[in-house]
Design a binder for this molecule. Structure first.
Ligand code: MN9
Length: 311
């Protein structure tokens, strides 16, 4: 498998960051987790994004995680590093590091918190793309303020900007990016709830939080769509949605994903504050909810089987 951006396709986990109970990065467990993910037919890894609690880490921690993961991946999968930060300078430092580490590409949310003007956001992407010669995947997500389709079209014309990770729910917009930026502009669905629909509309890949836990289900959805089995894909997508609903209703989504993986024997640790981990009672309820759902809807989730085997 080649490790360039052209091969960054398919089902791609937005990798969880592994912290121990004291919020310290755990490199040994990170490596074990990456090996676990690589046991599935995933298309790459997306590091230090929203799911990876990037904004709860300093730059040195983010860089160290990239080094550890790149070493564990050993060139077997393309890796894209999210370098988004509130300052262009910080993002460029992270991007330079990603380049040295051998990443296939970088990605970034627009600068956030302050109400930056469209021109300032445009300059942010242009400055990173000019400073570091790596393919850039623009990241459009409501949490950071959605960029308009027009704006993505403008950004797509910057040298090195090669694609967009679109975490919106407007299906028609997903179909507009290739029209605006060319057929080889890479489009990724970022909203796990929309997986099947995004794949049906021809995205190059789906990148998201839940592919840490249920990559097998999304690989089945991918297959169903590619085999023109729209009805089958819809049924599977609905099951995936029910898993997502439990995770979101838990009130601490990344903590829930980590809990399920821990219960399955995959050591992904805990979340950093201000996100919260769960009490023992809550943990039991959330694990039971996943197992009940898997059984009731006969999903056959790999993670459910692993949890049962572990109990
Ligand atoms: O774009 C993810 N968004 C965040 C990536 O992490 C904020 C998604 O994968 C969502 O977590 C997922 C659940 O709503 O669609």
């Amino acid at each position: 498998m080649s490790c360039n951006i052209e091969s960054f396709k398919g089902v791609i986990p937005a990798v969880l960051s592994v912290f121990d109970k004291n919020e310290q990065p755990d490199e040994k467990a990170t490596r074990a987790f990456i090996r676990h993910l690589m046991g599935y037919d995933i298309g790459g890894l997306y590091l230090t994004g929203s799911t990876g609690e990037a904004f709860l880490q300093n730059s040195a921690e983010r860089m160290r995680q990239v080094d550890v993961v790149m070493d564990e991946v050993g060139g077997k999968l393309p890796v894209v590093v999210h370098v988004g930060a509130i300052s262009t300078k910080m993002s460029i430092d992270l991007a330079k590091h990603a380049k040295r580490a051998g990443a296939a590409g970088i990605s970034s949310v627009p600068p956030f918190y302050y109400k930056f003007s469209e021109q300032q956001v445009y300059d942010y992407y242009r400055d990173i793309a000019q400073a570091v010669d790596l393919p850039m995947i623009v990241y459009n997500i409501p949490l950071a303020g959605m960029l308009s389709a027009d704006m993505i079209g403008r950004l797509g014309k910057i040298d090195n900007v090669r694609g967009v990770k679109y975490t919106g729910t407007a299906l028609y917009e997903v179909t507009q990016f290739k029209d605006a930026c060319g057929e080889d502009f890479l489009v990724y669905g970022g909203c796990d709830e929309m997986g099947a629909s995004n794949i049906a509309l021809g995205v190059d890949g789906v990148i998201g939080s839940f592919y840490n836990c249920i990559p097998d289900l999304y690989l089945r959805i991918w297959e169903a769509v590619k085999n023109n089995d729209a009805a089958g894909a819809a049924v599977l997508q609905k099951k995936a949605l029910h898993v997502i609903e439990i995770g979101i209703a838990s009130g601490s989504m990344m903590a829930c994903l980590k809990l399920w993986l821990r219960a399955a024997g995959v050591p992904v640790g805990y979340v950093r504050r201000p996100f919260n981990n769960f009490t023992a009672d809550e943990e039991k309820r959330l694990v039971d909810a996943l197992l009940d759902l898997d059984q009731r809807e006969q999903i056959g989730l790999d993670i459910a089987a692993r949890i049962r085997a572990n109990q």
